[in-house]
Design a protein around this ligand. Structure first.
Ligand code: HEC
Ligand code: HEC
Length: 260
């Protein structure tokens, strides 16, 4: 009897401590380099404290003091560290002007401040964490990445990642020279009109392959001629054909008009 109770209590206790430890572990994981020790957790609360202050001063007017959201901005509970790192790290946040889409601007916070903000928001509710470095190296499979990109991303961002217009003044930006961490974070957080690609849709390794493909595009300058959307020699031939011919027609019209 006592034995059963003890075992039960133990199980309950360990699941409670597990539940308590998990968010800290997730946070420690974010810190990449820091091992999870008692020291780290004090450092961790200092980081969250710093993030809290930055948040009150720069974000709370729109997102609410308790992240609950206001008429000026959505709730941030559960958006995760990844979303904050993406939005602040690319200069989209803090939002300056309301428009169809949050624009990229010069980044306003240091990496350390962004990290603090991300950890503060993550401490208020679990959400996607900042991705692990091992998926950001650009050492995946280019061919798989190209195929995944064509299926999942090209309809908005164009096959060559050049970007494209969407409805109502929104657009999918060019993906040239975007840092790997922001590519990964965009996929797991789905900013604005972009869908979320969770690990069931596209596994972490497949995300690494997509990143590898984008890096390959960055490093492979388009060969010769004008950048006509990179659809190849046919379009370039057509360009010369139409404009060359157009010029001939224009000259003919002009000469006829003059002789009259
Ligand atoms: C002027 C108002 C305003 C300010 C200031 C502002 N935001 Fe935002 N924020 C918005 C609005 C509106 C959206 C949603 C629409 C969008 O993404 O364009 C948003 C979206 C976000 C998102 C994405 C949420 C999601 O669902 O993934 C994050 C994260 C975020 N803000 C963080 C911040 C942080 C951190 C700060 C302070 C450094 C900040 N914001 C300052 C208005 C604001
Ligand atoms: C339905 C259209 C759509 C699809 C599909 C889509 N995206 Fe996006 N994507 C967007 C929009 C819209 C934005 C701009 C969001 C913003 O500015 O907040 C965006 C932004 C991004 C950014 C941020 C770029 C920057 O300038 O900071 C990256 C990176 C990105 N997408 C990658 C991808 C990848 C990789 C895929 C496929 C796995 C994908 N997207 C699929 C619409 C899409």
């Amino acid at each position: 009897m006592t034995l059963t109770l003890n075992t039960q209590m133990k199980t309950t206790l360990s699941s409670i401590s597990l539940a308590l430890l998990t968010p800290m572990a997730a946070l420690a994981n974010d810190a990449h380099h820091k091992p999870a020790t008692a020291e780290t957790s004090t450092a961790q609360s200092a980081v969250i404290e710093q993030g809290s202050k930055l948040f009150q001063a720069n974000c709370a007017t729109c997102h609410g003091l308790n992240l609950q959201g206001t008429s000026q901005g959505p709730t941030l509970i559960g958006v995760g560290a990844a979303s904050v790192d993406f939005q602040v790290g690319t200069g989209r946040m803090p939002l300056a002007a309301t428009g169809p889409q949050a624009e990229k601007k010069p980044v306003q916070f240091t990496a350390e401040q962004t990290f603090a903000l991300a950890n503060f928001v993550a401490s208020k509710g679990p959400g996607p964490a900042i991705p692990s470095e091992r998926y950001l190296q650009g050492d995946g499979n280019v061919a798989t990445g190209a195929e995944l990109f064509r299926i999942n991303c090209a309809m908005c961002h164009n096959v060559a990642g050049a970007g494209g217009a969407l409805t109502q003044g929104k657009y999918a930006p060019s993906l040239g020279n975007i840092e790997a961490v922001y590519v990964y974070e965009a996929m797991i957080t789905g900013p604005q009109n972009m869908p979320v690609f969770n690990d069931q849709n596209i596994s972490p390794q497949e995300k690494a392959d997509i990143i590898t493909y984008l890096r390959y595009l960055d490093e492979t300058p388009s060969v010769g001629g004008f950048g006509l959307g990179n659809i190849g020699p046919v379009s370039e031939g057509l360009f010369i054909w139409i404009f060359g011919l157009g010029a001939l027609v224009a000259i003919t019209v002009w000469m006829t008009a003059k002789s009259n």
